[in-house]
Design a protein around this ligand. Sequence first.
Ligand SMILES: C[S@@+](CC[C@H](N)C(=O)[O-])C[C@H]1O[C@@H](n2cnc3c(N)ncnc32)[C@H](O)[C@@H]1O
Ligand SMILES: [Zn+2]
Length: 347
Amino acid sequence: MALLRQLASERPEGSPLTVLDGLAGCGIRSLRYGLEAGATAVLANDADPQRRPLLERNLAPLPARGVAVEVRTSTIQKLLARCLLEERRFDWVDLDAFGGSTELLPLAIEAVRFDGVLYLASTDGRSFTGHDRRAALRRLGAAVRAQPCSWELALRLQLGAVARVAWSQGRGIRPLFSLSDGRTFRTAVAIRRHPAAGEEQQLGLTGYCHGCGDHRGASLLQLRPGALGRCPCGGDPVLSGPLWRGPLQDPGRLREAGRQVGPGTLAPASRRCLERLADDAGLPPEAWSQADLARRLGLGPPPLTVLLERLRTAGWQAGASGVAAGQFRTDAPWSAVLAAGAQRCSR
Ligand SMILES: C[S@@+](CC[C@H](N)C(=O)[O-])C[C@H]1O[C@@H](n2cnc3c(N)ncnc32)[C@H](O)[C@@H]1O
Ligand SMILES: [Zn+2]
């Protein structure tokens, strides 16, 4: 909501801000889009016709606040198809689905206005984290192998699916935020008129070596035989992808969104989450787990701040991941991370 409100604040005074809440449930998100985020029109849809009276009742306060409300009980597939036929587009399309929603992507992206936002939430943790590899292949068109930074993996796979569909329609993407609590994977992506220069570079593979804990990745454009082959430890990394290797967050926008939400308006946990995400754009694209490092060292986990400081002192970039607690990013090779971890532990 904070992000949509920030986007709304950038628009010329009086211009419309239209929202499609495609799997609206009881309509709580639609209500908040109208009351808190500056939406001027909300189309709230849920396939369950029994929800209509509840939706209508819950959204009844909006017209008095100047927000146009439309309630539908269509399947989202039919509704999006109708939007395409009617050339109807929205500034913000919200698909808060049970399971995944990759099959909806072509019509959903069509329904987003240029520079509008697609907000996706999926609960298909088993496929997206590599615990059901066949389902992952069917739903994402990607190889997915379980590894320690599983939330990050799931978010990047979801963004990779969005990028491929957007590109196939001649459009580009810019992730605004990506987050998970381990059950739901949420991404808000700006859909641009065209891909940015070099955007295709961001689609690639990521590898994880179960032998030593090393992570490595490569863009599909730079893939060479052996690029992600045998690990220096002698192990064969497991590979996942294609997935998005670009930024996961838009820190400037998230910071601005945080500034615009007055103190006390945002729950402390939500504000901390916003700040964590704004501090980590999501690059480099491989995240590492502190717990995995501790396991490799055979010692208790080194405090993250100490580890990151040691890596920075050694000349590497290093920062905490905003996606999951106890994870970090660095451009240091794994051998340097192991050395930094061991150094601290042997003090
Ligand atoms: C995860 S819930 C949505 C929760 C809601 N956004 C909220 O914040 O409370 C998913 C909803 O999608 C609806 N649904 C399931 N399949 C659908 C479909 N094909 N088209 C539209 N709605 C669907 C269900 O009735 C359910 O209310
Ligand atoms: Zn290895």
